[in-house]
Design a protein around this ligand. Sequence first.
Ligand code: 9UX
Length: 68
Amino acid sequence: MEQIVIGIGGMSCQGCVKNVSGVLLALPGVARVEVSLEAGQASIAFDPEKVGAGQFRAAIEGAGFDVA
Ligand code: 9UX
């Protein structure tokens, strides 16, 4: 398992946090997600053989947010 922290722009409430968490957790290979509204970032634990940074970016941007 690997860990990555991704900066996210555009989150303005806990609903956004829930939405970002949901799209990330829906990706196969993602084990654990912690999204912080205050810090504007997501910490993701994942299996690097199944998923990676490109898919995290696509999922976050697809949900309407910006990846730093
Ligand atoms: Mo909050 Mo975010 O009212 O996608 S859910 S602004």
